[in-house]
Ligand binder design. Structure first.
Ligand code: NDP
Length: 310
């Protein structure tokens, strides 16, 4: 018999009830789960499970003890006027997501290593021409951001034999990776993969100066956030031929506007923010555990550091 109080959990997401509300209701039989898109009493909500901050904001929810993000990246909450300053925010750490992100990283790194975008472009003109085939061990891959997702990507890349370099904030060692400073890491790599969180320190970090540090012929894969990249500087680096290819999953404006040059640029691959998604099959229990922690008066897991920004 649980002695914890019965909490009310509000779900704020664009998904239908069956996506989050129903699995959470099943996982939290001792608590009440309400769909935030339906009329509800703001004063009863203890935990807000948030994908998209509701248009009226969360500041009128006076009881809130936790904002549980449905996303691993919490940048959208930190500068949001509708998010109260005093309520702790937990990011989603979905055990399924690192696997999905590692698959995406491997797919793009191998695609660039095996020149797939290049051969796809050749095929469009029915050109039959072979190009040099370096070994994986001849190539250096940089992972910018060596956190939950960056280290999962590293673990998945190691068996292929690429040389791996990487950047983090603390300089902490990561097995299989030569960790160095930003300029050194960029200067080493043939393929640069961005898996940083968006913070004031990392906003616009991939600008003309950063692209100039990359090796001639290098490729860039952005799986972090669109605001890490200065779009015009990336386009200039591609147009000049300094960079060979960019794979972009995230954009400053999403959906990527129809008129944006990235859509039609021959050296750009666009995907619609699909590198790794939060899946209720693995996330529901993560959220439920945090609700139970709040009910038991314990500290929720995966709280973010607002000062640090991630
Ligand atoms: P973590 O918080 O686990 O890791 C962040 C990493 O970035 C850490 O290694 C951290 O360094 C490093 N870092 C942070 N700030 C700086 C800085 N100023 N300078 C250098 N390094 C820094 O995040 P995750 O791995 O879980 O996620 C990373 C990002 O991936 C998310 O924030 C999100 O934006 C993006 N993402 C994209 C998805 C997509 O579908 N495209 C899906 C999910 C996430 P240290 O280790 O020293 O703390």
């Amino acid at each position: 018999v649980s002695s914890s109080p019965r909490l009310t959990v509000g779900v704020f997401s664009h998904h239908e009830r069956s996506f989050w509300v129903e699995p959470l209701t099943a996982a939290l039989p001792d608590h009440v789960v309400v769909d935030g898109s339906e009329p509800h009493d703001h004063d009863r909500i203890d935990v807000a499970v948030v994908g998209n901050v509701p248009t009226e904001g969360l500041t009128s929810y006076r009881r809130l003890a936790l904002i549980q993000s449905l996303w691993m990246g919490v940048d959208r909450f930190l500068d949001h006027p509708g998010v109260p300053d005093h309520v702790p925010i937990a990011r989603m750490v979905d055990p399924g997501m690192p696997r999905a992100m590692a698959e995406t990283v491997v797919a793009h790194v191998l695609g660039l290593h095996r020149l797939l975008p290049f051969y796809r472009a050749q095929a469009a003109t029915r050109t039959w021409a072979e190009h040099a085939q370096p070994f994986a061990s001849d190539r250096t891959v940089a992972i910018m951001g060596l956190g939950t997702l960056g280290t999962a990507a590293v673990a998945a890349l190691i068996p292929f034999g690429f040389r791996l370099v990487g950047w983090n904030r603390s300089g902490a060692a990561v097995t299989g990776v030569e960790v160095g400073d930003f300029a050194w890491v960029l200067g080493q790599a043939d393929i640069v993969v961005n898996l940083l969180p968006l913070t004031p320190q990392t906003t616009d970090c991939f600008d003309a100066a950063a692209f100039a540090l990359m090796r001639p012929g290098a490729s860039f894969v952005n799986l972090g956030r669109g605001h890490h990249v200065v779009d015009d500087d990336l386009l200039a680096a591609l147009d000049s031929g300094h960079l060979t290819h960019a794979v972009l999953d995230v954009f400053r404006t999403e959906p990527l506007p129809a008129e944006h040059r990235f859509w039609t640029h021959p050296r750009v691959t666009v995907t619609p923010h699909v590198a790794a998604d939060s899946d209720p099959r693995s996330c529901t229990e993560v959220i439920a555990q945090n609700v139970r922690r709040v009910a038991a008066g314990e500290t929720p897991a995966h709280l973010i550091d607002r000062q640090r920004g991630y």
